[in-house]
Design a protein around this ligand. Structure first.
Ligand code: PMP
Length: 425
């Protein structure tokens, strides 16, 4: 196969930590798991942390005076500290545990958005956003009368930064963009966009669901006001995510959900909200998932985010080379130098769902559809695409297997002749 730079990370050794990667599917085919942008798998160390939490440390947090509750609370707050360190935040209470990136973005829309936005105000998104970073703002626009605008995307899936000159005005109150496209893998120039937003007095929210798991994150250097991401896309359990917010902003925002823990005092006449971060963590929080996320961070830190990033970028380069040889396959998005480990494509004459179903027969798990980014697919003039998304445990050999499975899918389709696809659209 074609030459690519030496890979300093050894995926074979790391794979041994992931029991699920040894799964065989459809008889005896080794599973090739290429759906990491949807959710990653977990190493034994994370699974063990969850078991340990339930077997040894579990009680509700911030409530009991008893020993177990104190232990559980300490571990939960240590998990917050490990997130703080991992993303380079200044204060531990700037890290709010949510249930995921979607919940984090909705929290900002429902609190800061409802508090500040009015008719005439504008929010700037991009055409490549995940629905989680579109719909909450459209809902906000319905509630407040504000306007949602979109930064356009080029044919090869990069943001048209020149359009910022027209789109950013004194009416812009918030710019909310993804750091990495979940469809195309495009890595966006977040620092530049945040700086441009700030220059017109707008705030900046970064949807970091696809960047935090794959590259070192420095929220202070990036200067973002809000950053949202999910634990399950970075080896952690589902059910926990993070909203990072600048202290002064979070302090000034009203609470989102009401209930236990988020108050200082409640009377029959009303309530007084508590301090950060409790103010935004009403009810029993995702205690054990947060401990799992902390174990995931420890695992990632042990490998090193730079190593992960460079390994994935070499693998992506390799995937581009190999997939480009598949007849009728069109790669979407920018060249590998501008993207993270996500490779999306369409194959002429075969619907994305048929492609995914056929390669699944060979044990290869890829995604098909619009990947929660319908406006981006419309912009690219396609109804659906296939997506192979990598993590550090994926290998070149697996990329070769995807390639062979795609070629087999094409042969199957040719044999079927003009029999109609199971999926139209
Ligand atoms: N933003 C992006 C860019 C994503 O890829 C995803 C998950 N696919 C989300 C937001 C939403 O994450 P979650 O479903 O974990 O809330």
């Amino acid at each position: 196969m074609a030459s690519t730079p030496a890979l300093p990370l050894d995926p074979t050794a790391l794979r041994a930590d992931f029991p699920i990667l040894a799964t065989r599917v459809h008889g005896d085919r080794p599973l090739v798991y290429f759906d990491n942008a949807a959710t990653t798998q977990r190493p034994r160390q994370v699974i063990q942390a969850l078991v340990d939490a339930y077997e040894q440390h579990y009680a509700n947090v911030h409530r009991g005076i008893h020993w177990l509750s104190e232990q559980s609370t300490d571990l939960y707050e240590e998990a917050r500290e490990s997130v703080r360190r991992f993303i380079g935040a200044r204060q531990r209470h700037e890290v709010i545990f949510t249930t995921g990136a979607t919940a984090s973005i909705n929290l900002v829309a429902r609190t800061w958005g409802d508090q500040h936005l009015r008719r005439g105000d504008e929010i700037l998104l991009s055409e490549m956003e995940h629905h989680s970073n579109i719909v909450p703002w459209q809902q906000l626009a319905e509630r407040t009368g504000c306007t949602v605008r979109f930064l356009p995307v080029t044919d090869d899936g990069q943001l048209v930064l020149a359009a910022l000159d027209q789109l950013l005005t004194e009416r812009t109150r918030l710019v909310a963009v993804t750091a990495v496209s979940n469809v195309l893998g495009t890595v966006n120039p977040i620092r530049e966009i945040v700086a441009r937003a700030h220059a017109v007095g707008a705030l900046a929210l970064v949807d970091a669901a696809q960047s935090v798991p794959h590259a070192a994150t420095h929220v202070v250097d990036d200067d973002a006001d809000f950053v949202a991401f999910s634990g399950h896309k970075m080896l952690g359990p589902s059910g926990v995510g993070v909203l990072y917010g600048r202290e002064q902003l979070l302090d000034a925002m009203p609470p989102f959900l009401g209930g236990g823990s988020m108050i200082r005092r409640v009377t029959l006449d009303g309530f007084e909200p508590g301090e950060l971060p409790a103010k935004f963590e009403a009810g029993t929080p995702p205690i054990v998932p947060a401990l799992g996320l902390s174990a995931a961070i420890a695992y990632l830190e042990q490998i090193g985010m730079e190593r992960i990033g460079s390994y994935e970028s070499a693998l992506t380069g390799y995937a581009h080379e190999v997939l480009a040889r598949v007849d009728g396959l069109r790669l979407l998005g920018p060249p590998p130098a501008h993207k993270a480990g996500i490779v999306s494509f369409v194959i002429q004459g075969i619907h994305a769902h048929d492609v995914a179903q056929l390669v699944d027969q060979d044990g290869v798990a890829i995604r098909a559809g619009h990947h929660c980014a319908m406006p981006l697919h419309k912009r690219l003039g396609i109804a659906a695409s296939n997506r192979a998304s990598f993590y550090f445990y994926n290998t070149r050999d697996e990329v070769d297997r995807l390639c062979a499975a795609l070629q087999r899918a094409q042969r199957v389709f040719r044999r079927r002749g003009d029999r109609p696809s199971a999926f139209k659209g």
